[in-house]
Structure formats: structure tokens, C-alpha cells
Design a protein around this ligand. Sequence first.
Ligand code: XMP
Length: 180
Amino acid sequence: MNPELGIREDVERVLIDEKVIEKRLDVMAEQIANDFPPGPILAVVLLKGALVFAADLLRRIPRPLEIECLNVASYHGGTESSGQVKFLDQHLPDVRGRHVLLLDDILDTGRTLRAVSDRLKEMGCAVVHTGVLLAKDKVRSAEVEADYVGFQIGDEFVVGYGLDFMGRYRNLPFVGVLKS
Ligand code: XMP
């Protein structure tokens, strides 16, 4: 019995398969490793969406690196952005003077990346570079683009490889579109 069958059955089509993601992450990791100035990198991972992407990307970066996670919410379980970014952690990491690599799963309206980058800068980090697995091809509500983008995709709701619908499908090894 295929234990993944239950969730795969809900997928209408695979947009980016596992092997393609792996190859792209190799390239992104090399770029990041070459771009960051000497000294330890502080990766700030936005939970929960960027968890899978970050785990696979960061293991490919052969540099001294620390990892912090931030819990932010913008979707509240559905398929539409709420328009507000909430910081859910009581304590935020100490980023003063650090070179930060901020990782999120997907750049959609841009509000999340904008709000978190601004907050990290307010908290005194030296530099914030941003990386996303996916960027939707659309006009953004917030002025922001990511420094490192895995794939440009159309403006449709996707799941898998960390991205969810109602908390599910994060464990799909590919990025796909659900049946309506
Ligand atoms: P914004 O609009 O702030 O969105 O750029 C970023 C956050 O919204 C979530 N998001 C998605 N989640 N499929 C998902 O599972 C999608 O197609 C999608 N688009 C946006 C995601 O949490 C991201 O961090």
C-alpha cells in the first residue's frame, strides 16, 4: 500500500517535481554560499511553510550557519491572504549585526516578506537577503522582490513541499495544484 496515496489523489497536477526542485536548490545554495560575506550566516525560516524548503536548501550551503524560526500567520487556513501579517512568537531572535537569510515558501502579495524584512531591520540586523522557493507572477500589494527565487509560477494556489491547504499537503514531495 502506498501510504501517500490519500493525499496524492487530491492533486490535479504536479507543477514542479521533486527532481527539478533538487537541481534548482543546488544552484540556489551555491549562489547564496558565494554571495554572503565571510562570517556566519543567520537563516531565519518562516514557519510553517518554509520548513521543507529551508531544510533542503540549508543543508546544501557549506558555510557556518545558524538557524532561527519565526512563526508568522497571514493566511489563516484558507486560500486567500488575510492582508495582515501576525508575529506569533513571544520572543524574537537576536539578529543585531547579523547577515540574515530570510526564507519563505512563496512570494504572493509580498506582505509577509515585506513585514518580516522590515521588522528584522528594525531589530538591528546588518543585512537581510530574502529567498523563496516560489514567486507568483503578479502585481504585489507590498513593494518587495526576493533576492533568491526558486521558481516563478502563475497566480494560482499551490500545495506541497511545505505549502498547505487547511494544514494538509505540506508533506507532498512536489509542488502541485489541488483538484477544485
Ligand atoms: P504574501 O501574500 O504575504 O504570502 O506574499 C505569503 C504567504 O502566504 C501563503 N501563501 C500560500 N500558501 N499556497 C499556499 O499553501 C499558495 O499558493 C500560497 N500563496 C501564498 C504562504 O504561507 C506564504 O508564506
